[in-house]
Write a protein that binds this ligand. Structure first.
Ligand SMILES: *Cc1c(COP(=O)(O)O)cnc(C)c1O
Length: 389
């Protein structure tokens, strides 16, 4: 006997969910989860006609999934204003796997004999450090700049980067999820005298703000922060960068192969693409990326203002490069950390513990975290301060 949950029942329950500040996998808008629940057993097409299958049960080559895929791609292209000379690839492997796939695909770029050259890395925190470490397996690595000396709390000015002449690409993590530092504008490599394409890891702030594609060669992101469930990896790549992979690059992760087959060289993560597609529709209903960017600024300002005006809490990141998505913060009296987290949980504010390498607290306030969630956090913080000062 199957029991089918009615949408109103699900909605009523999901709307009273706690606020989840996880860094990833992260919170998803309740109405998106409710829609997925409603469609789980029997997916309806755009006209509302049910097809008798759930999305997980469909062939990726059938017309139902084709339509899910095409809508997801078109909506993402529209939302992020991706120009037509870029391909959108829906892949697997996550952000860390891209640390290998990027050099495998790009480090022979521009060479006459197909051999690997040098890639420049700007190291601004744990994620870009992992990227440069992995790339060493495939190519020469030059650390063009690092903010390690200040504990990853600032961003090295592009004018100070030591770029390699003839570098195959320049890697930048535009939002360091663990340290909470974010580039507010993308560097103009041409103006810095480099003709290399810029590769950005935008895993933890994709779709939270607009992207200046004129400065980007390739962007990648794991989906589980701002685009949906884990298992889907987004790659946006300029077409002239396709077709230069090293011979050892696995076919399923050769960007040209993936692009030539509309991300269907192998079975793509169909359910994760479907979920991302629901989130893209939700983002459009919210007013698109420019509207999200405004909201994200307001959310971040509320939280940083609270930290900056308090003698009880603090944030270490230089104000000019504070992340709008990931806000690490500390209690001056660290012996209160456990009480702070226990009280937060009791107040329905979840997953605020900081990354183990940084300590303290971290509030990740991605697109799906409403202003009310940040307000609830700030109210709790003030109350905790008042009762523990
Ligand atoms: C989460 C994250 C990753 C890692 O993604 P996985 O899917 O776990 O491989 C990479 N880069 C950044 C900036 C991230 O925030």
């Amino acid at each position: 006997m199957t029991r089918v949950l009615q949408p109103y029942f699900i909605l009523k329950n999901v709307m009273q969910r706690p606020y989840n500040f996880s860094a990833g996998p992260a919170t998803i808008a309740p109405e998106v989860l409710a829609q997925a629940a409603d469609e789980m057993l029997d997916w309806p097409d755009a006209s509302g006609k049910r097809c008798g299958m759930g999305v997980m049960e469909m062939s990726h080559r059938g017309k139902e999934f084709q339509s899910i895929y095409e809508h997801a791609e078109a909506d993402l292209r529209e939302l992020l204003s991706v120009p037509s000379h870029f391909n959108i690839l829906f892949m697997q492997g996550g952000g860390l796997a891209e640390n290998a796939f990027v050099p495998l695909n790009l480090c022979a770029l521009g060479s006459t004999d197909g051999t690997a050259g040098t890639a420049d890395f700007v190291v601004t925190g744990s994620w870009s450090d992992k990227s440069q470490n992995e790339a060493r397996k495939y190519c020469q690595v030059n650390i063009a700049a690092t903010n390690a000396a200040d504990g990853h709390t600032g961003m090295p000015e592009p004018s100070t980067w030591k770029l390699t002449k003839g570098a195959r690409y320049v890697h930048l993590c535009t939002n360091e999820t663990i340290h909470g530092v974010e580039y507010q504008t993308l560097p103009d490599l041409k103006a810095l005298g480099s003709s290399a394409p810029l590769v950005i890891d935008f895993s933890s702030h994709v779709a939270s703000r607009r992207v200046d594609w004129s400065r980007v060669g390739l962007a990648f992101a794991g989906a589980q922060k701002n685009l949906g469930p884990a298992g889907l990896t987004l790659v946006v790549v300029r077409q002239d960068l396709l077709g230069h992979a090293l011979p050892i690059c696995p076919s399923a992760f050769n960007y040209k192969t993936v692009a030539d087959n509309q991300s269907m060289f192998n079975t793509p993560p169909t359910f994760a693409i479907y979920m991302a597609g629901l989130i893209f529709k939700w983002l459009k209903r919210q007013g698109g990326i420019a509207a999200m960017e405004q909201r994200n600024m307001a959310k971040a300002q509320l939280l940083y203002d609270t930290l900056d005006t308090s003698a009880f809490y603090f944030n270490k990141v230089h104000p000019a490069c504070r992340s709008r998505m990931n806000v690490p913060f500390f209690l001056r009296d660290e012996s209160l950390n456990d009480a702070f987290l226990a009280g937060a949980k009791a107040a329905n504010l979840l997953q605020l513990k900081g990354h183990k390498s940084v300590g303290g607290m971290r509030a990740s306030i991605y697109n799906a975290m409403p202003l009310e969630g940040v307000q609830a956090l700030v109210d709790y913080m003030r109350e905790f301060e008042r009762t523990h000062r």
